[in-house]
Write a protein that binds this ligand. Structure first.
Ligand code: SGN
Ligand code: CA
Length: 526
């Protein structure tokens, strides 16, 4: 099918297959372009349209103000590579084969939405973090960072296969490259789908030199679960993602307290990162951090004072890094406005998962608990709905959304569901009432045990398995912080049975045979 055959409706006109070929309508505009911006580890607690305690993100909030904010947006597996694979394929990890960051290589020969969009006449591109080990397929243009990428003077792998070092700060560079593709390189005759994948906000939150001095006068109360004792939750007790622990959150690597002769588990990693800086960058960095380092080692806080000092530095560094991100999303939105593309482009902003900002005493993600199961999601569809969308959505839904928007067929093996009806303001009566989750990366960094589970609008059931066999049940209405495991509470027996049944139903629906086996004799009990 030629692209021009798809140019059917004007602004807000969502070309669908059924309209292709209508002869009585004059083509007036192209199918909607797609600008998909995804960050790494950016959590809703750090986006002011979701939470005003810490951050101010006017540009991100603008997308929500001019479009919609999803209040119940989740991932299927809270880790970078797996989350990206779910997003590209519209399928859970056990169907796309990318279970974890440490052992998997993405099978690039499989069906992905960029490939299907190309078949539908789109030009497709990705710039930034990829993290799927194999090189991208299905893109007309790509330029990716190796692995996690670097904040300063990062390398990029270009389509020739060469690795090229770029001078500058990563968030600016990814945006520069995206804008360059939009302005100079893409085929203006085709609708586009551009994926802008930032490295920010990934650990270790190294801000641009121009933002280092920001927020130094701000302090933040620790979250109410900061001193969680993990009672009734052995998997939560066994993790290694505690802010208070210098083993888990290294003062040198994570908080930049780098000094000759001072210990740091990840000191060499940090040396490699600051080692990439040019003399001007390094001088600005040292000018800012030297007095803080001096004071830290002189005072050498201990106990709760140390934990709270670390929390403050963590939040400040996260916010400084976020400033570049918000500014750079603003640059993209401005370009859409100036070029006129805004009126025919769906803008999506999301993250590869949520993150802990001190809740349960943690940083990082992985758990099916709320902070990391959630991911921020805002979208602006020209002619589409405004306000909040409260239905439960998941990152496997993006692929079918983009396909429907493009007027392409949604293959039957895609497990997500198109969000387009919600974006148009419809309230589908048969929308999903529960979500499925499965995390696999264990044993590994941060030591979060394997688990799967189900969540509905009030209850959550989780099974931790592998070297543990432990079930948790939460009443999110009465216990939103997930501190009280009610699995063995007789007063919750009915909910436990109902959620168990729902879990098995979803495992069967999604064909997660491994998980069905891990349930043990549960099926017999129910
Ligand atoms: C790195 C980080 C971890 C992080 C993983 C996965 N360690 O290994 O803290 O959990 O990435 O993150 S670091 O010492 O290299 O910073 S993910 O977002 O890419 O899945
Ligand atoms: Ca991530």
């Amino acid at each position: 099918m030629k692209t021009t055959d798809l140019y059917l409706l004007g602004v807000g006109g969502l070309a669908t297959l059924s309209l292709v070929g209508c002869t009585d309508r004059k083509p007036t505009a192209r199918p909607m372009n797609i600008l998909y911006i995804m960050t790494d580890d950016h959590t809703a607690q750090m986006m002011s349209c979701y939470d005003r305690r810490y951050a101010s993100t006017p540009n991100l909030d603008r997308i929500a103000a001019e479009g919609v904010r999803f209040t119940n947006s989740f991932v299927a597996n809270s880790l970078s590579g797996p989350s990206r694979a779910c997003m590209l394929t519209g399928k859970h990890s056990h169907k796309n084969g990318f279970y974890d960051n440490t052992t998997c290589v993405f099978d690039g020969s499989q069906q992905t939405f960029p490939k299907l969009l190309r078949e539908a006449g789109y030009e497709t591109a990705i710039v930034g973090k990829w993290h799927l080990e194999s090189l991208p397929t299905g893109f007309d243009h790509w330029e990716i960072v190796p692995g996690q990428g670097d904040y300063y003077n990062p390398d990029f792998i270009v389509q020739t296969g060469d690795t090229v070092r770029n001078e500058g700060y990563i968030t600016n560079l990814i945006t520069d490259k995206s804008l360059h593709w939009l302005q100079e390189e893409r085929d203006p005759e085709k609708p586009f789908c551009l994926l802008v994948h930032h490295k920010a906000q990934h650990r270790n939150w190294m801000a641009d030199t121009c933002n280092l001095a920001l927020y130094e006068d701000r302090t933040f109360p620790v979250p109410e679960t900061f001193y969680d004792d993990y009672a009734g939750r052995p998997a939560a007790a066994g993790q290694e993602m505690s802010i208070a622990s210098d083993h888990d959150m290294d003062p040198v690597y994570d908080l930049k307290m780098y000094r000759e002769g001072k210990p740091g588990r990840l000191k060499e990693l940090f040396e490699g990162m600051v080692g990439r800086m040019n003399p001007e960058q390094r001088a600005a960095w040292d000018r800012f951090y030297d007095p803080i380092i001096e004071e830290f080692y002189a005072r050498n806080p201990q106990g709760r004072e140390r934990a709270e000092w670390k929390f403050t530095r963590y939040v400040r560094d996260y916010l400084k890094t976020l400033k570049s991100l918000d500014d750079n999303v603003g640059r993209l939105l401005d370009y859409l406005d100036e070029s006129g593309l805004a009126e025919n482009t769906l803008v999506v902003y999301t993250s590869d998962q949520g993150f802990y900002i001190g809740e349960h005493g943690w940083f990082d993600k992985r758990f099916m608990y709320e902070e990391s199961f959630h991911t921020p999601l805002v979208m602006r569809l020209p002619g589409g709905a405004h306000g909040d969308i409260d239905q439960m959505v998941q990152n496997i839904d993006y692929a079918p959304t983009f396909l429907e928007l493009a007027g392409a067929e949604i293959p039957a093996d895609i497990q997500g569901r198109s969000l387009l009806p919600l974006l148009r303001g419809e309230q589908p009566a048969d929308w999903r009432r529960s979500l499925y989750y499965h995390y696999y990366e264990y044993p590994a960094e941060h030591m979060v045990k394997r688990h799967y589970g189900v969540r509905d609008d009030r209850w959550k059931l989780i099974h931790f398995y592998n070297d543990i066999d432990h079930w948790e049940l939460y009443d999110l209405e009465n216990d939103p912080r997930e501190l009280h495991n009610r699995y063995d509470d007789p007063s919750c027996a009915e909910e436990r049975a109902r959620m168990t049944e729902e879990l098995i139903r979803l495992q069967k629906q999604y064909d997660d045979t491994l998980a069905l086996r891990m349930n043990g004799n549960l099926e017999l009990k129910n």
